[in-house]
Design a protein around this ligand. Structure first.
Ligand SMILES: [Zn+2]
Length: 136
């Protein structure tokens, strides 16, 4: 048995147990799966994501954004306090540290998306630093 999160055409998500994927497809096609909220029988597998829709009201998503901004600010402050600012030398310096040519330490600075991706490809961990409003 497999538990699937499925949803009706009105995006009511609910869970159901099915023998396997093919069984779900067959039952859904024959409209044997019914939405417990509205009785709809047009059921599809829900995309795997955090619970969305009804449960997220405008006010909670606003609170969430505020919390993210707070976390971003704290993270940025921590990086600024503990890491060396290397500006546009970031990519070069990150490589030098990675290959033991410079002292191992936390650094931060500017890098283009391509640079960050190249570092990542080389196995050098890069964390995008959130930009806070004080930058503006
Ligand atoms: Zn429904």
């Amino acid at each position: 048995m497999i538990k699937y999160t499925v949803q009706c055409a009105k995006s009511h998500a609910f869970e159901g147990w099915f023998k396997d994927s093919a069984t779900f497809d067959k039952q859904a096609k024959k409209r044997q799966v019914t939405c417990p909220v509205c009785g709809d029988t047009k059921i599809t597998k829900a995309p795997m994501a955090p619970r969305l829709g009804k449960s997220v009201s405008k006010s909670t998503s606003h609170e969430g954004a505020a919390r993210i901004a707070e976390v971003a600010k704290a993270l940025r402050a921590e990086v600024e306090n503990n890491c060396d600012y290397v500006g546009s030398q970031f990519t070069e310096e990150a490589r030098r540290i990675h290959y033991g040519e410079a002292d191992a330490r936390g650094i931060y600075g500017e890098a283009t998306l391509d640079d960050a991706k190249a570092l990542d490809d080389e196995g050098i961990p890069v964390l995008p630093l959130p930009i806070t409003r004080s930058d503006a």
